[in-house]
Every structure is written in structure tokens, then in C-alpha cells.
Design a protein around this ligand. Structure first.
Ligand code: BT5
Length: 263
């Protein structure tokens, strides 16, 4: 079922990593790389194992939402085995690695939309999904799923044409998916090792957070909050200042940027 041994060999031979991507499974079509990565993690796959797919038929986002993942885009899941204290930093590590990989391979500046999107000029180019298996206080594994639109022409996918963009579309040229994959694995491992050595990625992540200073709506499970996105905490939570001046800390939600800047 492996789609391209050549592609796997070519990626592996150009990686500068110790473990991320050194075990690489590349399928032509899968339901979701998250499912296969989870299976492999439960079978004791090594840390850094990457599962990639040319096309996903049931790519998923948070809360069971659909991730559209046609051929030409990048879809991968990375198995990590962090300690519990590193866990809140994984979303920061992944999003910062995406930003750097995009910059390195295309020159395009992207920004983070809290909590888990990477945008270019306000449109979503990447989504990140992290699923963990934790027993007692021990992380058995975390699966970091990353989808980057590389070749997608947003106008041909009506479901997401108003919200999505791609690297080819933004840079105006063909973008090499293998190069993006390699840069992403290199950057992610580098940031992960730095975090383990006690150099948190928080500052770098915050610097690229385009949500801050904007008036936003945040839909959480129970309610909608509206206010000014004031800052993010070292645990990755969003601090929102409501119009009445009170502050709330939000752990997860969906942000909509309000165009007018009056909270
Ligand atoms: C995410 O969820 O953004 C996380 C997406 C993670 C995808 C990767 S691909 C590799 C791995 N395997 C998987 O099955 N998943 C991971 P969320 O924040 O819930 O956003 C989902 C929303 O993004 C959808 O409801 C659409 O509005 C939008 N969307 C779907 N496909 C998109 C695409 N290709 N580009 C931009 N936006 C998209």
C-alpha cells in the first residue's frame, strides 16, 4: 500500500533529524493519518514515527469536524512521547514549526490564529490536531496531526473556498511538498528538543500570534465570549478582556475576528 518508496527514501535521506521522520510510512490513500499513527503508537512505534498520506478520505479536525485533504496537500501525523509538562507546549511547537517551514520553503509569512490554525492573509493554510493517550499522570503518546494546503486551489473546493488558502496560491508558484515535509520535521524536532532542554517555545509562539490585539468572538462548548484578545498564557490559554473590563481565561474554542475594533 506504500505509495512511493522513492518519495520516502528521498525525504528520509534529506532529513536533518535524529528521530522525527526516521520511521516514515507513506500511504497513497487513508481514512486519517491520526488513526494509523494511533495504531502504530499502541504497537510501540518509536518516538518520531511519521504517518503520511497522499489523500485522506476521512481527515478530521477538532470536535469531529471534517478536514478536506485531497491529493497535492500535506497530511501527516507524528508520534511523540513527551513528559506531561511538555504536553501543553506541543501545539506551540507544532504551529511554530509550521510557520518556520512555510517561511523557509516559500518565503511567505504566516501567522497563528489561536488556538490551532495557521493563516496567510487571514485564510487558513494549515490545521493542527493533537490527540493524546494519558494513563494516570503518564503520557503514553501524543499524536500531532498537521494538514497543510500545498497545491489546493481554493476556488475548486466550495466547502472551504471562503476560508482556505494554499502555499501555491499564496506564493504564486508550485511548491515542493517534500521540501515542506522535510523542513517541518526538522523544525518540529528542533523546537521539541529545545522545549525538553528547558527553553520554552512560548515567546516565539506568542510573537506569531495574529489573534492578539483584535476584537474577537470565541465560541467555547458552553458559551460565546466577546472581547479583546489581550494575551496568551504559557500554558497556551487565551486571555480575553470583556467590554466591561473583566478578564476571562479560555482553554479552547473557536475564534472569529470581528472587523470593527470596538469590543
Ligand atoms: C483543524 O481542526 O484545523 C485540525 C485539522 C488537522 C488536519 C490533520 S491532516 C493530518 C491529520 N489527519 C487528520 O485526520 N487530521 C490531521 P478545526 O480547528 O476543527 O478546523 C476544521 C475546520 O477547518 C473545518 O470545519 C473547515 O471549516 C476548515 N477546513 C477543513 N478542511 C480545510 C482545509 N483543507 N483547509 C482549510 N480549512 C479547512
Amino acid at each position: 500500500m506504500l505509495s512511493s518508496k522513492e518519495s520516502v527514501d528521498s525525504i528520509r535521506s534529506r532529513l536533518e533529524t535524529k528521530f522525527v521522520g526516521q520511521h516514515l510510512y507513506y500511504y497513497s490513500k487513508l481514512s486519517s493519518t491520526m488513526n494509523i499513527a494511533k495504531q502504530k503508537a499502541r504497537q510501540q512505534a518509536a518516538e518520531g514515527t511519521v504517518v503520511m498520506a497522499v489523500e485522506q478520505t476521512s481527515g478530521r479536525g477538532r470536535l469531529g469536524r471534517k478536514w478536506i485533504s485531497p491529493e497535492g496537500n500535506l497530511a501527516l501525523s507524528i508520534i511523540l512521547k513527551p513528559t506531561i509538562d511538555i504536553l501543553p507546549q506541543l501545539i506551540m511547537i507544532a504551529s511554530l514549526a509550521v510557520i518556520r517551514a512555510i517561511k523557509k520553503t516559500t518565503g511567505v509569512e504566516a501567522e497563528i490564529k489561536w488556538p490551532n490554525d495557521v493563516l496567510i492573509r487571514g485564510k487558513k493554510v494549515c490545521g493542527i490536531l493533537i490527540e493524546n493517550e494519558i494513563r494516570q499522570d503518564r503520557v503514553c503518546f501524543a499524536i500531532v496531526g498537521i494538514g497543510i494546503n500545498i497545491a489546493l486551489d481554493p476556488s475548486t473546493t466550495p466547502e472551504i473556498s471562503s476560508v482556505a488558502t494554499s502555499l501555491s496560491y499564496e506564493s504564486g508558484r508550485k511548491v515542493d511538498k517534500e521540501k515542506v515535509t522535510i523542513a517541518l520535521c526538522n523544525e518540529l524536532e528542533h523546537l521539541y528538543l529545545e522545549a525538553q532542554a528547558g527553553a520554552p517555545v512560548y515567546q516565539g509562539w506568542k510573537q506569531h500570534m495574529g489573534t492578539l490585539g483584535k476584537c474577537i468572538h470565541v465560541m467555547t462548548g458552553e458559551s460565546v465570549e466577546k472581547g479583546l484578545a489581550e494575551t496568551v498564557t504559557e500554558r497556551g490559554n487565551l486571555i480575553l478582556r470583556r467590554a466591561n473590563g473583566t478578564i476571562t481565561e479560555i482553554m479552547a474554542g473557536d475564534v472569529t475576528i470581528i472587523k470593527d475594533h470596538n469590543p
